[in-house]
Design a protein around this ligand. Structure first.
Ligand SMILES: Cc1cc2nc3c(=O)[nH]c(=O)nc-3n(C[C@H](O)[C@H](O)[C@H](O)COP(=O)(O)OP(=O)(O)OC[C@H]3O[C@@H](n4cnc5c(N)ncnc54)[C@H](O)[C@@H]3O)c2cc1C
Ligand SMILES: NC(=O)c1ccc[n+]([C@@H]2O[C@H](COP(=O)([O-])OP(=O)(O)OC[C@H]3O[C@@H](n4cnc5c(N)ncnc54)[C@H](OP(=O)(O)O)[C@@H]3O)[C@@H](O)[C@H]2O)c1
Length: 510
């Protein structure tokens, strides 16, 4: 029996490098990698050695015969993804394992960075989320690089700690990987240090040979409708930060005395928020949830969470593994609508979309009475305004295709329409995309040319999408650009080391 990739897959792709027979796909150099919802093990190639199990930071891989009952479905999903992968079909090869191996150059850089300026190369990284920590890991593979990480919060690792849901225990274990990186003697963490306020980018550039910006996307997108700022309307961004105990969100309140919560947007964050809102208190006991949130949820009167999407089910933003997880643990229904039923029946050419549609089609359209807390999925519903109403609030919307007026009463409304990057003072910003303009991780100045020694990675580089592990390949690209620039002498020289150290120490003391 082969090994199988399951729900907590974070696309870190370490498994693809660990696998001795190249059975795990897509690899970072294969076309489907950027958009893959999860990786898969090709069952015909897997030799069942377990090397991938050790490499995976989030315990997503296991031998098929030892999977818990709720993960057995992934045996078929891995097999189906493998069969549907055009790369396998294109091979027309009796031995799919002979597909070319991913290039190892990025994963195993040379031991020392070839610098024209001198021996030691000092890099400052702004932020300590997954993108920053994967960048640090890559940089520290060079024996002559030192890394200083500057994090505005008192606790590191960004959304790996304050985003990932508290009941996703396996995924949260990725922090242990980052702990290992943090223990490197050439790594230094400066917590409670906000770049742009406590220390400027210019000051950091004086201190370090290069600066890598990895500040993530720290705010929420707005729907842009009237009533979004009414009392009782909040964002999933804040709700998630609150239940995860993010230090700057303690003391926040959400009115959980309400029976119905409407969440706008149907991405994985909406699913996380819905699962937490409908959890029975004992399900959260043995998790990392903030005590304050646990106490509030224990008193919660919420009976129903309605997840509202403006498009049809074929465009659902959630991933298949997360929806499978939700339907395993909660009563989930799909609001009846003839057009939605048609889309569900139509299926899709994409293996993953087809499976999502089949899963949604298998769900009831109305809950059985007495089934307790439930999650309702609603499609083709475009929000128009939020007003005060009988249940406290009412989301007025239009049916996306027919234009029919819709009225969705709610006690609490959470917007979950994605995250958004903020400008970094002292650097150019692409307002439209909410990212730092860059080419392969080199930050571009106003003239469109790379700013020497300034790099970017993670959500503030590519936008707020992808899994924890997606940031690994992203950071590898950025570090490769940095290493090439050092070799070419593009990274500028700095003042003498003693002067630099003294100046920064003063700055940090404020
Ligand atoms: C709610 C939620 C749940 C998620 N769950 C999962 C999951 O289960 N599995 C999965 O694979 N992916 C998950 N993801 C996606 C994953 O968390 C992201 O891909 C990843 O965290 C992005 O990494 P980043 O380093 O770019 O940003 P972040 O993780 O946001 O890190 C940015 C860091 O920079 C710091 N910072 C910001 N500004 C400054 C400044 N001026 N000075 C100093 N420091 C600063 C922040 O405090 C933060 O620590 C989730 C995302 C969200 C939003
Ligand atoms: N377990 C996990 O692996 C996990 C958990 C959480 C998050 N993540 C990842 O983190 C990233 C961010 O997730 P997310 O859920 O915040 O964002 P997301 O996946 O981008 O979903 C955003 C949702 O908001 C909707 N939306 C956007 N603008 C809207 C508007 N003006 N009006 C109504 N709806 C609107 C989108 O609909 P349209 O499609 O119609 O635009 C979509 O349904 C994703 O890549 C996600 O996979 C992963």
């Amino acid at each position: 029996m082969p090994h199988v990739i399951t729900q907590s897959c974070c696309s870190d792709a370490s498994c693809t490098f660990a696998c001795p027979v190249n059975a795990i796909h897509p690899t970072p150099d294969e076309p489907g990698f950027a958009t893959a919802e999860m990786l898969y093990v090709d069952p015909d190639t897997c030799v069942d050695c377990g090397a991938c199990v050790t490499a995976c930071p989030v315990e997503a891989i296991g031998p098929a015969h030892r999977l818990p009952a709720e993960h057995k479905v992934y045996i078929e999903i891995n097999r189906a993804l493998s069969a549907a992968d055009p790369a396998n079909a294109a091979l027309d090869n009796p031995d799919p394992g002979s597909r070319s191996r991913p290039p190892m150059a990025l994963a195993v850089p040379p031991k020392r960075l070839r610098s024209r300026e001198g021996d030691e190369v000092s890099v400052g990284i702004v932020g300590s989320g997954p993108a920053a920590m994967y960048a640090a890991d890559e940089l520290l593979r060079y024996g002559n690089v030192t890394v200083d990480v500057y994090e505005k919060l008192s606790v590191p690792y960004g959304l790996a700690r304050f985003g990932v849901a508290p009941d996703h225990k396996r995924t949260r274990r990725v922090s242990e990987l980052f702990d290992v990186v943090s223990k490197d003697p050439r790594f230094h963490m400066h917590l409670n240090t906000t770049i742009g306020t406590d220390v400027t980018i210019e000051q950091l550039r004086e201190r370090h040979d290069a600066v890598v910006i990895a500040v993530g996307a720290s705010t929420d997108r707005k729907i842009g409708i009237e009533g979004e700022d009414l009392p009782g309307v909040g964002s999933a961004t804040d709700f998630v930060a609150w239940y995860n105990g993010r230090p700057d969100h303690t003391g926040e309140t959400f009115d959980l005395s309400q029976k119905r919560v409407v969440i706008v947007g149907n991405g994985n964050v909406a699913l996380d928020a819905a699962r937490i809102l409908t959890a029975e208190p004992h399900e959260l006991d043995d998790t990392t949830i903030a005590p304050e949130a646990l106490a509030a949820l224990a008193e919660s009167q919420v009976e129903e969470v309605l997840i509202v999407a403006r498009r049809g089910p074929e465009h659902s933003a959630f991933t298949l593994p997360e929806m499978l997880g939700l339907t395993d643990e909660r009563t989930v229904t799909v609001d009846p609508d003839p057009e939605v039923a048609e889309s569900l029946a139509a299926g899709s050419d994409s293996e993953l979309v087809a499976r999502k549609l089949a899963l949604l089609e298998s769900l009831p359209t109305t809950p059985t009475v007495g089934e307790g807390r439930r999650v309702r999925m609603r499609y083709l519903t475009t929000p128009a305004t939020i007003e005060t109403g009988d249940e406290g609030l009412v989301l007025r919307a239009k049916h996306t295709t027919t234009g029919e007026d819709l009225e969705l009463p709610a006690g609490l409304v959470l917007t979950s329409v994605g995250y958004r990057g903020r400008p970094v003072p002292g650097l150019p910003f692409d307002e439209q995309r909410g990212v730092l303009p860059n080419k392969s991780g080199r930050v571009l100045g106003e003239d469109g040319e790379p700013l020497p020694g300034v790099y970017v990675t993670g959500w503030i580089k590519r936008g707020p999408n992808g899994f924890i592990g997606t940031n690994k390949t992203d950071s590898q690209e950025t570090v490769a650009a940095f290493a090439a620039d050092v070799a070419l002498g593009v990274v500028t020289s700095r003042p003498a080391p003693r002067e630099r150290g003294g100046r920064l120490a003063k700055l940090l003391r404020g």
